[in-house]
Design a protein around this ligand. Structure first.
Ligand code: GCO
Length: 464
């Protein structure tokens, strides 16, 4: 079935998503301080081909044409992240007026184009100076983040009403401090679980503090979780137990931490196992819990889990001894992930069931495919169109079944820096020439534009 807008609520947010370090570039301009991703990407061997975000998509110098591009596509919302070290180059203390000016200019341009800004405070780019003080492994990170959140609200709160605090705390904590494939590149299970807790506590602390700063009636606050179903490859007790534990570490730790101010018993057992239970004050977490107005859900794929008794726990799932993530069946995207739209429905229905009354936004959904086939000078990314169409169809069904989903944002507007994989994986519905910065809609961009215009999605590149 083709997707049309009328299968979604009339006030639905249709957007595109990006993040600061992945698109901005200009990493030493206008007072921006260095971040852990600047240091990580400049460390030999850490990123594919030594790629860095030094230039990225050069969005810092192209914000107006990029906003115009969003207007051409016809989105009514844009989810971006604020670079902490542009606002507070030292992480805390002095606020950099030029950083404030950039995000004010972006938000003003969005409003002028009729596009709602959806701001994420933390998309993994911790100021490097704070990593030098222990980073997210330190309890002080809660106060550092809260100070940053208050500064952002004070300087941008008249232009932004939809706020998300931390993007994908599982990635930031466990890829950054467990497997080490992301910045700051640590392999320390205790630190990973501590970082996860400090991010959850920082979320509550920041939301509570932001609500006191120039409050607006339409202010809405929440976190962003990348929810990945953990599916056992067989119904055996061992595979099922392994998948359940991965689900606890990946999904429940943060769903319950963020939405209830508690942790599952299995996570508390991990705190004991890795010797950090004495550094985690569960009473404080419960007492500082700040109710969420929304939850951002990022969805890409399903984790297929097998139990192999001899296998060590994956670095990104410390304590899940014997759990092995096996390749999914069927078609793969360039990330090695499956094309599994059913998982989006499962997670939306699960959150709706477990946390009724919570508005949801799909803040990231998209796919990397080899974008090398051109037709009439346009990247003919039929695979990406099919991926988006399949996921939107499942989303429409979930909404029809009662999920309160209020927006959908394609990851990503632009081809950008895909973290440790550099520029080798391209998620954009707009192609970016890395050498020149030139932008050009891919066929998926035209498809999304036609969908925004309420036309049956074109199967051919529409007139430019
Ligand atoms: C994430 C991040 C994005 C990624 C995207 C593709 O969800 O991992 O939010 O920054 O680039 O998801 O991996």
């Amino acid at each position: 079935m083709d997707i049309t807008r009328d299968r979604f609520p009339s006030d639905f947010l249709w957007g595109v998503a990006t993040s600061a370090y992945q698109i901005e570039g200009a990493v030493t301009e206008d007072g921006r301080g260095p971040t852990i991703w600047d240091e990580f990407s400049h460390t030999p061997g850490r990123t594919r081909d030594g790629d860095t975000g030094d230039v990225a998509a050069d969005h810092y110098h192209r914000l107006h044409p990029d906003v115009a591009l969003m207007g051409d596509i016809g989105v009514n919302a844009y989810r971006f992240s604020i670079a902490w070290s542009r606002l507070l180059p030292d992480g805390v203390g002095r606020v950099e007026p030029r950083g404030v000016a950039f995000y004010r200019e972006l938000c003003e341009a969005l409003h002028a184009a009729g596009i709602t800004p959806v701001a994420t405070l933390y998309h993994w780019d911790l100021p490097a100076v704070l990593q030098g003080r222990g980073g997210w492994g330190e309890r002080d990170s809660v106060e550092w983040f809260t100070e940053y959140a208050v500064a952002a609200k004070a300087h941008l709160g008249d232009l932004v009403a939809l706020w998300t605090t931390i993007n994908e705390p599982w990635c930031a904590a466990f890829l950054g401090h467990g497997s080490g494939v992301h910045a700051p590149g640590l392999s320390d299970p205790a630190c990973a679980y501590l970082a996860a807790h400090h991010m959850v506590l920082a979320h509550h602390s920041a939301v509570g503090a932001m609500r006191q700063v120039s409050p607006r009636r339409d202010d809405r606050f929440g976190a962003v979780l990348n929810l990945i179903p953990a599916r056992p490859v067989t119904t055996s007790a061992a595979d099922t137990r392994a998948a359940d534990l991965v689900d606890v570490i990946h999904n429940r730790q943060f769903l319950e931490g963020v939405l209830r101010g508690t942790y599952p018993a299995e996570i508390r057992e991990m705190h004991q196992r890795f010797g950090i239970a004495g550094r985690i004050d569960l009473a404080e977490l419960s007492s500082r819990r700040a109710p969420s107005d929304l939850l951002g859900v990022n969805y890409y794929n399903i984790n297929h889990i097998a139990y192999r008794p001899e296998a060590p726990a994956p670095g990104e799932y410390p304590g899940a001894d014997g759990a092995v993530i096996v390749p999914p069946p069927g078609r793969l995207t360039e990330m090695g992930w499956g094309v599994e739209p059913e998982g989006l429905g499962w997670m939306l229905d699960r959150v709706t069931r477990e946390h009724p009354g919570l508005p949801l936004y799909v803040l990231e959904n998209g796919a990397a495919f080899p974008d090398d086939r051109m037709v009439d000078g346009v990247v003919d990314d039929a695979n990406r169109i099919e991926y988006l169409r399949l996921h939107l169809a499942v989303l429409a069904d979930s909404i029809a079944a009662g999920a309160d989903v209020r927006g959908y944002f394609v990851w990503s507007l632009l081809d950008n820096f895909e973290w440790a994989l550099g520029y080798s994986k391209r998620f954009g519905i707009v192609a970016v020439d890395q050498a020149t910065g030139h932008r050009a809609l891919k066929r998926s961009g035209f498809w999304y534009r036609d969908l925004m215009r309420g036309q049956g999605p074109s199967s051919q590149p529409a007139s430019k």
